[in-house]
Design a protein around this ligand. Structure first.
Ligand SMILES: Cc1cc2nc3c(=O)[nH]c(=O)nc-3n(C[C@H](O)[C@H](O)[C@H](O)COP(=O)(O)O)c2cc1C
Length: 175
């Protein structure tokens, strides 16, 4: 059993995948993790569309320059603007879908599945491909697949953490 810090630190963006199907039960668990994210005012202004059909994945790839290799599944993480606009500040919903996305990445990693959040795609084309209504905006595509690479940890930028005040030193977090 891994600790949450081991899971957080061990996750990497994976951009090369094995040609191996992801079990439906695992996709469901990943989506369950997504819907348990926190959200402003508990509005849960998200919509998730999970895609496993290779033909649809090919079409999504064709309009997503930031997507690499052929993932076994994709989760489109979307904002429902009709729900997001129920608050005075619909921009808050970006935080909500970001938090749901992190849950997806960590749950996938814990299940042995590699993932990469992708923002570089044609939003309108994805709306059409997935039959999303106009008020449902795809914000991130998460590619999923059993990893065919093991990238080394990315460096952490030093000088980003302070204690008590900006500039306050509390010991180095980085090795
Ligand atoms: C909002 C956001 C958008 C991203 N878009 C892309 C993308 O379009 N294509 C891609 O390959 N990676 C994308 N990434 C993944 C980042 O490149 C990656 O998280 C970063 O390099 C750190 O590596 P790590 O995830 O292994 O820690 C995105 C990440 C975030 C948070």
């Amino acid at each position: 059993m891994s600790s949450i810090l081991e899971i957080i630190k061990g996750r990497r963006s994976i951009r090369r995948f094995q040609k191996r199907e992801i079990e439906d039960e695992k996709v469901r668990q990943i989506l369950e993790a997504a819907i348990w994210a926190p959200s402003a005012g508990n509005l849960q202004p998200w919509v998730f569309v999970a895609v496993k059909d290779p033909k649809t994945i090919e079409k999504i790839k064709a309009v997503s320059p930031g997507m690499f290799d052929m993932p076994s599944a994709i989760v489109a993480v979307c904002r429902d603007m009709k729900i997001a606009e129920k608050t005075g500040n619909p921009l808050l919903s970006i935080f909500d879908v970001a938090m749901a996305t992190q849950n997806i990445l960590l749950m996938a990693y814990d299940l042995g599945i590699g993932s990469c959040p992708v923002r570089s795609f044609n939003q309108k084309a994805i709306q059409v491909l997935l039959d999303l209504p106009d008020h449902v905006l795809p914000e991130l595509l998460v590619t999923l697949g059993y990893p065919a690479e093991k990238p080394s940890p990315r460096e952490r930028r030093a000088g980003t953490v302070f204690f008590e005040r900006y500039g306050g030193y509390g010991g180095e977090l980085h090795e």
